[in-house]
Design a protein around this ligand. Structure first.
Ligand SMILES: O=C(CO)[C@H](O)[C@H](O)COP(=O)(O)O
Length: 317
């Protein structure tokens, strides 16, 4: 029987193991990779983990269609190619994709709004898995609902595939603000706060007492430059996910890192610079030097220009 005890009880051995891995990923960059060569570049540049997927969000956005879990063949190749932890994405609610990913031995499963949702009501029961999960959230209530379902890591959402950091900032600021607001409430007020946030009382109480989420809080979506990474870290992210900003040339075209040495060099420069800026996020001199070393940049898309129904961040409940 799966252990369904997240609500205020973080002492179960399986949950502690999951949280242990999440804690180990703090302070770094998790990079989306679409092939083995990109995974090698990410590892050499100092990424703390890679996310195996077939199309980064910018490509999914440009090409459309149904975005699903990556092929097991690709995931196995990437696991074999690198020594850092490998994550992969399952569609929201698609527990069978998650079962496959667990079977393949990925280190973290991302139940991700970047893929086309499989279920419009239910997220995956993440307690039923031994592999840890990360989920996105735009606000505290969403984060705590995912934690109640068993997520061992939260990443505040941005708008993926845009190269526009504005929504990542908005969501991080919102969650930090909502956490701070809980810390000054009296015990009797926390019951109402739980109702307002649509989250379990025990988790709300834990956050109020600790002044932080009970799992690591990372940031993802729209982070495309070294300065973006430094910004998110200063706003409270404990690690950043970067996808489209590193390996994309045009909106739907990745840099050809396998066959074109110049394009490979461009990707390497971006990957290295983002890692350096994330590590030294409080040092503008180092962030400036890292920014200067970058060759080229992703073509961005203003998040404000995207129609409501085309947003990825609104997927998930
Ligand atoms: O889904 C993700 C994390 O879970 C992606 O890694 C992230 O959202 C990528 O977004 P972008 O391409 O804007 O960097």
């Amino acid at each position: 029987m799966a252990d369904h005890t997240t609500n205020g009880n973080f002492s179960s051995p399986s949950l502690r193991l999951k949280l242990g891995l999440a804690e180990m990923l703090k302070g770094g960059v998790i990079m989306d990779v679409m092939n083995v060569e990109q995974a090698r570049i990410a590892e050499e540049a100092g990424a703390i983990s890679v996310m195996a997927l077939e199309r980064v969000p910018a490509m999914i956005r440009a090409e459309g269609g149904v975005a699903r879990m990556a092929s097991p063949k690709l995931i196995k190749q990437i696991i074999a190619a690198v020594s850092i932890p490998v994550m992969a994405k399952a569609r929201i609610g698609h527990f069978a994709e998650a079962q496959v990913l667990q079977h393949l031995g990925v280190d973290f499963i991302d139940e991700s709004e970047v893929l086309t949702p499989a279920d419009e009501t239910y997220h995956i029961d993440k307690h039923a898995f031994t592999t840890p999960f990360v989920c996105g959230a735009r606000n505290l209530g969403e984060a705590l609902r995912r934690i109640a379902e068993g997520a061992a890591m939260i990443r505040t959402k941005g708008e993926p595939g845009t190269g526009d950091v504005v929504h990542a900032v908005q969501h991080m600021r919102q969650i930090v603000r909502e956490i701070k607001a809980l810390t000054v409430l009296g015990d009797e007020e926390l019951y109402n706060a739980a109702k307002v946030h649509g989250a379990p009382y025990e988790l709300v109480r834990m956050v109020a007492k600790a002044g932080k989420l009970p799992v690591p809080n990372f940031s993802a979506g729209g982070i495309a430059t070294p300065a973006d990474a430094a910004l998110m870290m200063q706003l409270g992210a404990e690690t950043v996910f970067v996808g489209s900003g590193i390996f994309m040339k045009e909106r739907a075209t990745p840099l050809d890192v396998e066959n074109d040495p110049k394009e490979r060099e461009e990707a390497v420069s971006r990957a290295r610079a983002i890692v350096i800026a994330t590590t030294h996020f409080n040092d503008p001199k180092i962030v400036a030097e890292a920014s200067e070393s970058v060759i080229g940049s992703m073509k961005g898309l203003a998040a404000a220009a995207i129609e409501e129904q085309d947003l990825m961040q609104t997927r998930g409940w």
